[in-house]
Design a protein around this ligand. Structure first.
Ligand SMILES: NC(=O)C1=CN([C@@H]2O[C@H](COP(=O)(O)OP(=O)(O)OC[C@H]3O[C@@H](n4cnc5c(N)ncnc54)[C@H](OP(=O)(O)O)[C@@H]3O)[C@@H](O)[C@H]2O)C=CC1
Ligand SMILES: Cc1cn([C@H]2C[C@H](O)[C@@H](COP(=O)(O)OP(=O)(O)O[C@H]3O[C@@H](C)C(=O)[C@@H](O)[C@H]3O)O2)c(=O)[nH]c1=O
Ligand SMILES: [Mg+2]
Length: 289
């Protein structure tokens, strides 16, 4: 199976490159800027027409949640219109599309894990732009899989685990919000899930949640990172739990965005590890680097 992945160095793209080694039937091509620039209309379609893949994984996105509040045009262009163009170009060469989406499509007022058909009601520009992307993908290509994940971390790129380890290099204490709850998810697990679904032979179609098992607050996430790191002689800091009001940001975040991922796991017979397990794997790699 010939796969085109948009982006080369994002967390999910780097993870697809690493986990791709376990899927010898997949020939994975990574195409990013400057050749494939989602800000430029027609650019992704040209790359897809050149490669004529069987599947396109749209892993590139505008992911700067706070910056999106002041750059809504860029966020909507890249996460919305460009996602639609990628899906349409894929359809034109007979390829399916896997689109990555986010827990931030929800408003966070739920009290039980979000299911795929729960109402989306994003509370920030990034979330609204990702909802636009989902809608465009659904209408442009019937052979689509929309995979919503959350709180992505990995040994690659920018993420919360790396931020915490960096802060702990020169601080004894970090103040972290304790009233936002979600599921930290390892991009390496997402990559394995994507390739498992892609090679399952099951017809694509529909929206799936994909997040690690369990749930935690950002403060509990940080505490777990430092527990693992200190056990390995890596950087550590005390975590002081604070409320959202104590850490002002440009974009509001949902207070609760736990995803119910049972549909994906049942459909593809894939068990997503619990979040503590995946965090330990990432911290071990980062501390030993
Ligand atoms: N990070 C997270 O916490 C979460 C992410 N998601 C979704 O998962 C997907 C993957 O996220 P993740 O891997 O973490 O993202 P990253 O922020 O790690 O990487 C984003 C990627 O997008 C590429 N990119 C950005 N702008 C453009 C552009 N104009 N043209 C081409 N490529 C571009 C970047 O390219 P370059 O390498 O050149 O910078 C990079 O490869 C996204 O759809 C995201 O919305 C969902 C939930 C949580
Ligand atoms: C650095 C820092 C953050 N925080 C808080 C702010 C915020 O509420 C929370 C996480 O901050 P971040 O900016 O790392 O996370 P954020 O950019 O909101 O992460 C999101 O990214 C997008 C792309 C997604 O799709 C989401 O699933 C989610 O992963 O931690 C603190 O309380 N103290 C700190 O020192
Ligand atoms: Mg961030």
């Amino acid at each position: 199976m010939k796969i085109l992945v948009t982006g080369t160095d994002g967390q999910v793209a780097r993870s697809l490159r690493e986990r791709g080694a376990q899927f010898p039937d997949c020939e994975i091509n990574f195409v990013g800027r400057p050749e494939l620039d989602l800000a430029r209309p027609g650019s992704a379609a040209a790359a897809i027409e050149r490669l004529r893949p069987d599947l396109v994984v749209n892993a590139a996105a505008y992911t700067a949640v706070d910056l999106a509040e002041t750059e809504p045009e860029a966020a909507f262009r890249i996460n919305g219109d460009a996602a639609g163009e990628v899906a349409r170009a894929a359809h034109e060469v007979g390829a399916a599309i896997i689109q990555l989406s986010t827990d931030y499509v929800f408003d966070g007022t739920a009290t039980a894990p979000y299911r795929e058909d729960d109402k989306t009601a994003p509370i920030n520009v990034y979330g609204r732009s990702k909802v636009a992307g989902e809608e465009q993908v659904r209408s442009a290509n019937p052979e689509h899989l929309i995979i919503r994940t959350s709180w992505v971390h990995s040994p690659f790129g920018r993420n919360f685990v790396k931020t915490m380890l960096r802060l702990a290099e020169d601080r004894d204490e970090v103040r972290i919000v304790a009233d936002q709850v979600g599921c930290p998810t390892n991009a390496l697990d997402i990559a394995e899930g994507i390739l498992t679904a892609a090679t399952s032979g099951k017809g694509s179609g529909g929206t799936y949640h994909f997040a690690a098992g369990g749930q935690c607050s950002w403060a509990e996430f940080a505490a777990e990172i430092f527990a693992v790191s200190s056990g390995l002689g890596g950087p550590t800091a005390d975590v002081t739990p604070i409320s959202t009001a104590g850490f002002p940001t440009a974009a509001p975040r949902p207070r609760y965005s736990v995803l119910d991922s049972s549909r994906f796991q049942q459909e593809f017979g894939f068990v997503i590890p619990r979040w503590q397990e995946s965090v330990a794997e990432v911290v071990r790699r980062l501390v030993s680097e």
